[in-house]
Design a protein around this ligand. Structure first.
Ligand code: SAH
Ligand code: MG
Length: 205
């Protein structure tokens, strides 16, 4: 049973409690290997689970998002939330909500938001990571880039976590499942846990 610093039900997002608990445990398990990094912050729901673990062990979580939403968050799509619309920008903006989440959770010194497209941030990234959590764009292009550009930064013994892995195409889109299969096929990662659509893989060598 985890004690979170905030009422998680109040935070908008796409992270089930049992998946969040698995992320929390995974982040604890990599203490000392390097900071954690998340792709796909949205309003900070999964960042609260990961960040709470990081804070307990004196670590850091970097969390990347351009904060303009994925395709499914745009107007007219299934997961559009009109309360997140920035009228002046004519675009979605989840950053102000994220800042409120981190402040209310007391995680401003532990969770470091990076505002930008994940592939652009990856151009300059050099720090080995204890955990990489891929939960960003669901197009093949976005998911494949996140896997290709970020999984090499996972330290040996570290964790690659992937969300929205649906082996049955009837239950969800394919790209996260496809990169999960690429990770297993690489021989570098071994599956440790599957919780709902979350997969926890551990880097072997
Ligand atoms: N982890 C969140 C949900 C993430 S939703 C939770 O727990 O609720 C996916 C997020 O990925 C969206 O906020 C979207 O803006 C972001 N995203 C999509 N493609 C991206 C990209 N290429 N770079 C950075 N962020 C991206
Ligand atoms: Mg997700």
């Amino acid at each position: 049973m985890i004690t979170l610093p905030v009422d998680i039900e109040m935070i908008k997002g796409f992270m089930a409690a049992e998946e969040g608990a698995a992320l929390y445990q995974a982040a604890l398990s990599v203490a000392g290997l390097g900071p954690c990094l998340e792709i796909g912050t949205y309003c900070g729901k999964s960042a609260v689970y990961l960040g709470t673990a990081c804070r307990e062990v004196g670590g850091l979580l970097f969390t990347i998002d351009h904060h303009r939403g994925s395709e499914e968050n745009q107007p007219g799509w299934e997961y559009h939330d009109r309360d997140l619309w920035d009228e002046s920008a004519g675009a979605l903006d989840t950053l102000p909500v994220l800042r409120r989440t981190l402040r209310s959770a007391g995680l401003e010194e532990t969770v470091i938001p990076i505002v930008g497209r994940s592939a652009i941030v990856a151009r300059v990234w050099a720090q080995p990571l204890g955990l990489v959590f891929i939960d960003g764009g669901h197009t093949f292009e976005a998911a494949e880039a996140d896997y290709r550009l970020w999984s090499p930064h996972v330290a040996i013994g570290g964790v690659l976590a992937i969300h929205d892995v649906f082996p049955d195409p009837a239950t969800g889109g394919r790209p996260p499942f496809e990169i999960y299969q690429m990770a297993l096929a690489s021989g570098l990662f071994k599956e440790e846990e599957a919780v709902s659509s979350l997969r926890i893989l551990r880097r072997q060598h």
